[in-house]
Write a protein that binds this ligand. Structure first.
Ligand code: GDP
Ligand code: MN
Length: 379
């Protein structure tokens, strides 16, 4: 779960991480009165749950109240990477003498959180990681010991080349780590962490992602959720107990079991295709659930073929087949559907689907190859 910059900054402030003085606004008039309160000039920042707002023109300075209103109007009319801007953060303009990067995330290979620091701040960290990985200082954190002062100080000195600043950095990094653990985050990021004209470090931007699997123990996060930015299909799936994640490819997948779903996506890539989604219909699949899964996948206009890959154990293949028939009754399915159904009641499933236009494959490889080919033909 992602939250907006203004929400993340409020949490930063509660943890004592220095942030600029700022107010959030939903209208040009609100932005104007915020600017009156904060004093000019101000920086106006689009609040959307995607990165690279700056590049997209969503971060602008305004020197007069009239300008605050016109710039806010402009930003509120923007759509950035498909997301409509609904709020603007009005932030005191800060004199910046250097921009750094500071983040904490989970390093799965190290099975530990990792502190990331870089003097190449203010630009997309993914680009830095790809092109000049040596510019990122990585410090693995022992989850039992936490981020120790000497570790943070080492990173700070390497990055800032100044012991006084490194001390400030250490305090910020340790607070950030406490927040990361307390709130069960998967990512906290300050990009840029800036050195201001008066020689102090300040979080000019803020990003927090919460670990979805830990949300159940954070009821305080519910009120931070921005429903307008979530995929409606993902929410519908969640309510029905399906694990669905939309992706950008064109081969829709209906699979039972997360492991098989991952393997199916891998195989699609292997055969030169791109999965349109991850979908685990779960263990006991009723025909209704199956039909809903089909409906959710078909709501994605990118889908050009649907691959149904079921290994029947507790899941009964005839339930899946009934679900496919139900889905055909409910909607006019125009994309090819390729099924590979093995295991419990596979023979019954075959009989049920015998006269339907569903294409059968005997092996997973054959099914995937067919689905990828059909999706390519459709373009
Ligand atoms: P992002 O593009 O979505 O990451 O938005 P940021 O909040 O990181 O802002 C992008 C860039 O705008 C920063 O890296 C800064 O260079 C610049 N910026 C934002 N606020 C200020 C400010 O108050 N003063 C100055 N000088 N630059 C700012
Ligand atoms: Mn940023």
């Amino acid at each position: 779960m992602k939250i907006h910059e203004y929400q993340a900054k409020e949490i930063f402030a509660a943890y004592g991480i220095p942030v600029p003085r700022e107010r959030v606004a939903a209208t040009p008039a609100e932005a104007r009165s915020a600017a009156e309160e904060l004093g000019l000039p101000v920086v106006l920042k689009a609040q959307v749950l995607v990165g690279g707002r700056g590049k997209a023109g969503g971060v602008k300075k305004a020197g007069t109240l009239a300008e605050v209103e016109t710039v806010t109007t402009g930003i509120l009319n923007m759509t950035i990477k498909g997301l409509k801007v609904q709020k603007v953060l009005v932030s005191e303009a800060v004199a910046v003498s250097a921009e750094y990067y500071l983040g904490i995330t989970i390093d799965r290979a190290a099975r530990a959180p990792v502190l990331l620091a870089s003097a190449a701040g203010g630009v997309e960290i993914e680009e830095v990681a790809k092109n000049t990985p040596e510019k990122i200082i990585r410090t693995p954190i022992d989850p039992l010991l936490g981020l120790l002062s000497f570790q943070a100080r080492n990173a700070g000195i390497t990055m800032l080349k100044d012991t006084k600043l490194a001390q400030q950095f250490t305090t910020i990094a340790q607070k950030l780590y406490r927040l990361f653990i307390d709130r069960d985050c998967s990512l906290v990021e300050i990009n840029p962490l800036v050195l201001t004209g008066n020689g102090s470090l300040l979080a000019l931007d803020a990003k927090i992602n919460f670990d979805d699997n830990a949300l159940f123990r954070h009821p305080e996060n519910e009120s931070l959720r921005d429903l307008t930015s979530e995929e409606p299909a993902e929410m519908e799936a969640k309510q029905a107990g399906l694990s669905y994640i939309k992706l950008s490819g064109n081969v829709g997948c209906v699979v039972n079991g997360a492991g098989l779903a991952m393997a199916t996506m891998d195989l699609i890539k292997r055969y030169g295709g791109e999965p349109a989604n991850f979908l685990d219909v779960g263990g006991s699949s009723s025909p209704d659930k199956m039909a809903l899964a089909m409906r959710i996948i078909l709501s994605d206009p990118n889908v050009k073929a649907i691959l149904v890959n079921i290994f029947g154990g507790i899941t009964r293949c005839d339930d899946i087949a009934q679900g496919l028939l139900l889905a055909r009754q409910q909607a006019d399915i125009r994309v090819p559907v390729i099924a590979r159904l093995v295991g419990t009641n596979a023979d019954k499933a075959c009989a049920l689907l015998e006269n339907s236009p569903i294409l059968f494959a005997n092996t997973m490889a054959e099914a995937v190859r067919l689905a990828v080919t059909k999706a390519k033909e459709a373009r």
